[in-house]
Design a protein around this ligand. Structure first.
Ligand SMILES: *[C@@H]1O[C@H](CO)[C@@H](O)[C@H](O)[C@H]1NC(C)=O
Ligand SMILES: *[C@@H]1O[C@H](CO)[C@@H](O)[C@H](O)[C@H]1NC(C)=O
Ligand SMILES: *[C@@H]1O[C@H](CO)[C@@H](O)[C@H](O)[C@H]1NC(C)=O
Length: 500
């Protein structure tokens, strides 16, 4: 054990001796009063590299890498232009050029041998950068490509990347990473991809590409169902977003539509491609003048570009719009509930189908619920009204008190049934046994906002697709409807009282 330690001590000593002796034989640092320096400078400056020896010497030489710059031992040697050796040993490089960057070696010959000292000149200059590829680059979604940025500058610049999908923040701070692999995932990747070269000297330089992402057109129908009436004008509308811009074709029951005097197309560019959004947005209308019975049915607008094809379905129908329940101002009794609903239909309504069911209450919890009762269906004949908004009141009787019910209604005209209304809930009056019901169930009428009939522009009389006046007009109609309803009830009860 002891001998092991000894051996290690010996070997440690040997190594340190070798390390200390090496510089003495190599460079003889101790002979100099000047120290090795890297002189940072700029173009056209004048630089002085010192080489001050402590003792007497016979000659001094300067070398730049292998190239001799000055030699006092050789009087015939002429230093290159801009280079000058002073008698005190310093080397001056005047009016420096970018290519003067490098290592400079001073050699001093004395009695004790050759001593050397290294210096360096770093001519700083601002960064510059170029990218491959550059300019506008069009790529389809799914493609992968590489951008390389080649930077120059002293000190050597650090390259950072920036992509639009990274919200404008710097992507990578990886030093001198010259290549970026780009995967085009979605059209959101379109935009400038930049590499920035910065070396802390002068302004950073920027290069890169404008990535144009090519994608299958995106098609959206303005309304998936357009309600109309024979003799009206109907407009079907599709919005298309595409790059490259798309060509749109219309189909009726799968058959391509050709222009006719009655069926017109209108295509317009809403927003052309611009640096802000690198795709084209367009609007495509199909206008059916004087709608005929056989114009009704399924339409499709199909948008196509070199990447793909995509369509949107629009139904042109004479059916009523989905009915909307309105809050009834008449207080319900424990056994009855008053309903008011409103339907938009351009053609007279023939009947309503009202369905209701009791929703089980009591012992309900988030994980335990009784299944609701079966729906009870009622047919309510429609009274004649001019429309297009038809308001109807109906009283459900024989209900259980303090109970929750769900109700849904659809309406019919000569073209068929409307889609069902939203299911709404109400509670009958009475003492509620389980108070938790009230807080866990929403017993309110849902507000249904969308109640516009598409394109009634040509009819003149009913242009209530614009919001404000329409709301007022509609509101007054409701009030009127409600008032009639109240009067009707009042009159009926009077009648009953009198008869009894
Ligand atoms: C150095 O001098 C040259 C020639 O006069 C000039 O073109 C260049 O801009 C100068 N460089 C700097 C950094 O001033
Ligand atoms: C060496 O000579 C140059 C030129 O005369 C002078 O600028 C420099 O200060 C001198 N250095 C020393 C240490 O004397
Ligand atoms: C990215 O941009 C969106 C919209 O400009 C902004 O709401 C969001 O906060 C941004 N996220 C980050 C991480 O900056």
């Amino acid at each position: 054990m002891r001998s092991g330690c000894f051996v290690r001590l010996i070997s440690g000593f040997t190594i340190s001796v070798v390390l200390t002796l090496l510089p003495i034989y190599g460079y003889r640092i101790t002979d100099f009063s000047s120290v090795p320096t890297t002189v940072k400078t700029v173009e056209n400056d004048t630089v002085l590299l010192p080489c001050y020896h402590n003792g007497p010497y016979s000659s001094i030489r300067w070398l730049r890498e292998e190239l001799l710059l000055a030699d006092t031992g050789n009087p015939d040697f002429t230093p290159p232009e801009r280079v000058r050796l002073f008698t005190n040993g310093s080397l001056q490089v005047a009016n420096v050029k970018l290519e003067d960057t490098g290592e400079y070696l001073c050699q001093i010959a004395s009695e004790s041998g050759l001593a050397m000292q290294r210096h360096a000149i770093e001519v700083q200059y601002p960064p510059s950068v170029i990218s491959h590829p550059s300019g506008e680059v069009a790529m389809q979604v799914g493609s992968i490509f590489e951008i390389a940025c080649e930077a120059r500058g002293v000190p050597f610049p650090i390259i950072t990347w920036k992509r639009p999908s990274d919200n404008g923040s710097d992507l990578d701070h990886v030093e001198s990473r010259r290549r970026l692999l780009v995967e085009v995932r979605s059209r959101g990747d379109a935009g400038n991809i930049q590499c920035k070269a910065d070396n802390g000297f002068g302004l950073p330089a920027v290069a890169g590409i404008l990535l144009i992402v090519q994608f299958t057109p995106e098609v959206k129908a303005e309304a998936n169902v357009v309600h109309t009436k024979i003799g009206f004008r109907a407009t079907l509308e599709c919005s298309v977003t595409a790059e490259p811009s798309a060509v749109v074709h219309w189909f009726h029951h799968g058959v391509p539509l050709s222009d006719s005097r009655r069926i017109l197309r209108q295509d317009s560019v809403v927003a052309p491609r611009s640096p802000d959004h690198l795709h084209t947005q367009s609007r495509h209308l199909l206008i059916v003048q004087n709608v005929q019975e056989n114009d009704l049915g399924m339409y499709e607008c199909k948008a196509e570009n070199k990447v793909g094809i995509k369509g949107a379905i629009i139904e042109l129908t004479g059916r009523p719009l989905p009915t909307i329940f309105k809050a009834s101002p008449i207080a319900s009794t424990p056994m009855t509930h008053n309903l008011i609903w409103q339907t938009e239909s351009l053609s007279p309504l023939t009947e309503y189908k009202l369905r209701f069911r009791q929703v089980p209450t009591g012992n309900v919890g988030p994980h335990y619920r009784l299944p609701p009762a079966d729906w009870t269906e009622l047919t309510v004949p429609a009274e004649f009204s001019d429309g297009p908004i038809h308001t109807t009141g109906y009283t459900l009787r024989g209900l259980a008190s303090a109970s929750v019910y769900e109700v849904v209604v659809s309406s019919r005209n000569r073209y068929g049934w409307s889609d069902a209304s939203k299911v709404v809930r109400f509670a009958t009056a009475g003492e509620i046994e389980d108070a938790t019901i009230v807080s866990t169930e929403t017993i309110e009428y849902e507000e249904i906002v969308d109640n516009s009939i598409s394109d009634m522009g040509s009819s003149g009389n009913f242009d209530y697709s614009t919001s404000n006046s329409a709301t007022v007009q509609e509101a007054s109609k409701i009030t009127l409807g409600v008032t009639c309803f109240v009067l009707l009830i009042y009159w009926k009860s009077l009648y009953l009282v009198v008869r009894n």
